[in-house]
Design a protein around this ligand. Structure first.
Ligand code: NAP
Length: 308
């Protein structure tokens, strides 16, 4: 198997924690270059702008965009126009329309576009989807609570318009819910708590409607102290399923199930290689649509100022 050269664009927390180690461990890819304003990775060719990389290295067929959502559309558009396969960190865009536009551009250019949802590759998610497939759902309860100071230290962009605030982690829960639920849900109400000095919410309470009288709610909160809670509980007519630790552990009626996979990011790169090989794309905007609906429908509550 020949490895595909790939460039990472935006060398921040997620690039260092996950993308670079996953590419290093994947025989399908070689990290050939980075695009970084702050220097990139020791020993790897770096370009200060994406345009410079695209011009200097026409031989690199794939890029992985690891910057925040707002600058991502312009980078993806340029990479697609230059004929490169593109992998997008989540969320796939700062707006829903951007995502549809990129999907169309990639189709017209004949390149692969992979809008990743890393939490869908948490160890328990596939088994949860299988178990739920033939069940009737009565209740869904999502609790996604973490300490923003611990998980997003110094990240100014999360508080800027387009940075999503607490939906930056919350959309991970929504990516799992939209993957495993056997019936579609749509948002019916939301309350968003904005610190008085910030442009994005620090907490959100969401209510969903679906078939029948399903009772479905989600609570996202960045003011959590102590340990984080990333859990989804689904009550059905044949028992209760619980995913904890961001989807890595699965319980059915309290009994832990054996689940395992290669890990979220190794699985993403494996899938990206497969999509490139088969000339396919994978772009699902469903989690981002719920977030957009929450901003459309949400009652805005002003709360205490937030200081890093
Ligand atoms: P981060 O630590 O702030 O890094 C983002 C990097 O993108 C920056 O270091 C910078 O790298 C580059 N960049 C390019 N344009 C930028 C701009 N206008 N503003 C700020 N940075 C810019 O953020 P991150 O946590 O890695 O998150 C990036 C994306 O990954 C987000 O969409 C996030 O939702 C997603 N994600 C994050 C995590 C996590 O645990 N942090 C987990 C999963 C997914 P250079 O200095 O190299 O140019």
């Amino acid at each position: 198997m020949t490895a595909t050269d790939i460039a990472i664009v935006g060398v921040g927390k997620i690039a260092r924690d996950q993308h670079i180690p996953s590419i290093a461990a994947d025989p399908g890819f070689t990290l050939a270059a980075t695009v970084s304003r702050s220097g990139g990775v020791d020993g790897t060719e770096n370009h200060e702008t994406l345009d410079a990389l695209l011009e200097a290295r026409p031989d690199i067929p794939a890029v992985s965009l690891c910057m925040p959502p707002v600058p991502r559309y312009e980078a993806a558009r340029a990479a697609i126009a230059a004929g490169r396969h593109v992998m997008l960190e989540k969320p796939p865009g700062a707006t829903v329309a951007e995502v549809f536009a990129l999907e169309r551009l990639a189709r017209e250019a004949g390149v692969t576009l992979f809008a990743t949802w890393h939490s869908r590759h948490a160890a328990g998610v596939a088994a949860a989807k299988d178990w739920l497939a033939d069940k009737n759902i009565r209740r869904l309860r999502v609790d996604w609570k973490e300490d923003v100071r611990k998980w997003h230290p110094g990240q100014a962009w999360i508080w800027e318009p387009g940075g999503l605030g607490v939906f930056d982690p919350g959309i991970n829960a929504l990516s799992i819910v939209t993957e495993i639920m056997p019936v579609p849900l749509h948002l019916s109400a939301a309350e968003l708590s904005f610190p008085e000095n910030r442009d994005t919410p620090i907490a959100a309470d969401l209510t969903f409607a679906g078939p029948g009288d399903i009772d479905a709610t989600a609570t996202f909160d960045w003011r959590q102290e102590g340990g984080e809670i990333w859990q989804i509980e689904i009550e059905t007519d044949a028992g209760t399923l619980k995913l904890t630790e961001g989807g890595d552990r699965l319980f059915i009626d309290g009994a832990e199930q054996e689940v395992a996979n290669a890990g979220e990011y190794p699985e993403l790169y494996r899938r990206f290689a497969h999509l490139i090989d088969t000339g396919a794309s994978d772009v699902d905007p469903a989690p981002l649509i719920h977030v957009a609906d929450a901003f459309l429908l949400g009652r805005r509550i002003v709360t205490a100022p937030f200081h890093d």
